[in-house]
Each structure stands twice: as structure tokens, then as C-alpha cells.
Design a protein around this ligand. Structure first.
Ligand code: SAH
Length: 202
């Protein structure tokens, strides 16, 4: 796959995923926030992800400034990138649909917030973050550059590890035993298939 094709494919997927985000962000506006745990640390980490997920790839695609940091991968990895990005888009859309009006970009609880345990949430607790990981991998496969190819994964890493336990604590504070029980039969981003199989054999 040529460099131009990889960049065009990346842009199509990129626009699609941001369109999904804007659509759901508009929908959820009507649902009032009742518990806001957004901290300065989170605002900083969110801004960092905007640089890695949005600004750097666009600079890399539309200007020659970062060309010096290019790397080469075999042509077939471009097709793998398309498959991985498509999966990310599907999972991102699906998790937004399942969360519906319970979704927030930050650590927030909304009015009449309910604990979603259906759809993709019946297998993993963080499908949206799983979609972000897939997007990051697709970016490495499609944009062959040490800076704007890897910028996504690098900017998402601290966000993921610092936020995930805070988010789970917030969910435990809100839903108590219900969330603890949900945690026992779901994985964070990878399904707990092994445990489920053991349970069904009992
Ligand atoms: N971590 C989840 C959701 C990301 S959006 C994922 O990766 O899919 C973050 C917001 O979603 C949190 O602030 C919380 O309010 C809400 N949330 C997370 N898990 C939820 C669940 N199972 N049911 C309802 N709301 C949830």
C-alpha cells in the first residue's frame, strides 16, 4: 500500500471516528451531570491526548516537517492497519451506543445514571478504551513515522493507566456491590473468557 493511500485511508477513518464522537457528545448534553470528578491532572492528560491523537497526525499528513522521522514497514501492514482501524471504529460506535446517555468524556456521573452491563459491556468494562488502543495500533501501521505514528499510543498510555482505576473507584462509589459484582465476570479491555468457561463447567 502506497504512502498516499495509507494517509487517505487514515484520514477517512479519522474523520469517521470524530464524527461518531461529535454526534454522541451532542446527544448527551441534555443529560445533567450530578457528580463531576474532573481534576486538573485529567484536563492536562486529556490535552496531551489531543496532541497525540489529533494535532500531530494532521501536521504529519499535511506538512513535510516531520518527514525526517519516517520508518518503513512492509506493504501488507497497511492493510492490517485498515482492518484494525475498522474494528476500532465499530467498537467505538458500539460502546457509545451501549452507554448512550450515560457517557461522559471525563469522570462524571449523570442524572439517572445506570450501570450498563449489556452489549459489549457484558464482556469488558472498558470497550471504548479498547477501541482507543486499536486506533493507536492502526495509527502505527498506517502512518510510518516515529513521531506522528507513535504519538497516539504514547499520549494515551498515561491517560489510560491513571484514569482507569479512578473511573472504577467512581463507579464503585456510585453503584457499590453492583459494580464489584460486574467486575468479577468482566475484564478491563480483554474478556475474561477463561473464567467464564470455568464457571459454566461448575
Ligand atoms: N471506560 C468506559 C467508558 C468510557 S466513557 C469504556 O472504556 O467503555 C467514561 C464515562 O463512562 C465515565 O465517566 C462513567 O460515567 C461512564 N461509565 C463507564 N462505565 C460505565 C458503565 N458500565 N455503565 C455506565 N456508565 C459507565
Amino acid at each position: 500500500m502506497s504512502e498516499l493511500t495509507r494517509k487517505i485511508v487514515f484520514l477517512i477513518c479519522f474523520v469517521t471516528i470524530y464524527a461518531i464522537r461529535f454526534y454522541f457528545a451532542r446527544q448527551v448534553k441534555q443529560n445533567k451531570i450530578t457528580d463531576n470528578r474532573k481534576t486538573i491532572q485529567e484536563t492536562f492528560l486529556l490535552s496531551l491526548t489531543v496532541v497525540g491523537m489529533f494535532i500531530l497526525p494532521l501536521i504529519g499528513i499535511f506538512t513535510p516537517w516531520l518527514k525526517f522521522a519516517a520508518y518503513n514497514l512492509p506493504s501488507w501492514t497497511g492493510w492490517l492497519g485498515v482492518v484494525v482501524f475498522s474494528l476500532a471504529i465499530w467498537l467505538f460506535w458500539r460502546s457509545h451506543t451501549d452507554l448512550s446517555l450515560n457517557w461522559s468524556a471525563s469522570l462524571q456521573i449523570r442524572e439517572n445514571h445506570s450501570l450498563v452491563q449489556t452489549g459489549v459491556y457484558q464482556y469488558i468494562r472498558h470497550p471504548m478504551y479498547a477501541a482507543f488502543w486499536l486506533w493507536g495500533i492502526a495509527q502505527i501501521l498506517l502512518l510510518h513515522n516515529w513521531i506522528y505514528g507513535l504519538s497516539y499510543i504514547i499520549s494515551f498510555l498515561p491517560m489510560y493507566f491513571l484514569r482507569i482505576s479512578q473511573e472504577e473507584q467512581m463507579m464503585i462509589d456510585t453503584f457499590g456491590e453492583q459494580y464489584r459484582d460486574y467486575m468479577t465476570h468482566t475484564g478491563r479491555v480483554i474478556p475474561k473468557l477463561y473464567q467464564e468457561r470455568l464457571e459454566s463447567e461448575e
